[in-house]
Design a protein around this ligand. Sequence first.
Ligand code: SF4
Length: 204
Amino acid sequence: MKNNDSSILYEVHNGLYVNLTNRCPCACVFCLRNTTDRVGRSDSLWLDAEPTAEDVERLFAERDISKYEEIVFCGFGEPTERLDALLEIAAFLKAHYDKPIRLNTNGLGDLVNGRPIAPLLAGKVDVVSISLNTPSEARYMKEVRPCFGAGSYGALLRFAEECTKCVPKVVLTTVATTLTKEEEEACALIARSMGAMYRIRPFE
Ligand code: SF4
């Protein structure tokens, strides 16, 4: 493994973040990867090679985890592209540390893996945060540009709803300043209708 360790585990505020992959089925026009190489206290989130679950677990074992408020699967790619590793690492974390585990995802993990994945997250992930981005499917297709094409927005919504049955907390997110008040209210309604929370993330 040639990766710098901070490419794999990196700190953002009081959380410890896990960067498993640079693969993503989307090509968001606003993707941070288009404008920067790093987030938080990382040198670069571009990976020379995807770390194995064992690589990641070793890096956790070398750290003092007690100082972090949460552990977050989120990086320069879609974590559910590495579903097996994600589940293995999450089980390891649950067995060794008493920290909340969050998955930040674009919500297309069912399409990535060709099967419903929400039930697999039960007992391993405490919070699923899903980038809804917009209440409009047409705008979603234009700005997120998922490789799966039509049906992607519906798949995101189905995944989110399934997560509310399997995971303690599900949050749909949009980014501040990108939507009108009416659009934000529409997103809040979508979240409420499925028993999820709605959060407007700060613009970065
Ligand atoms: S889903 Fe995330 S990682 Fe993928 S292109 Fe969009 S912003 Fe970038």
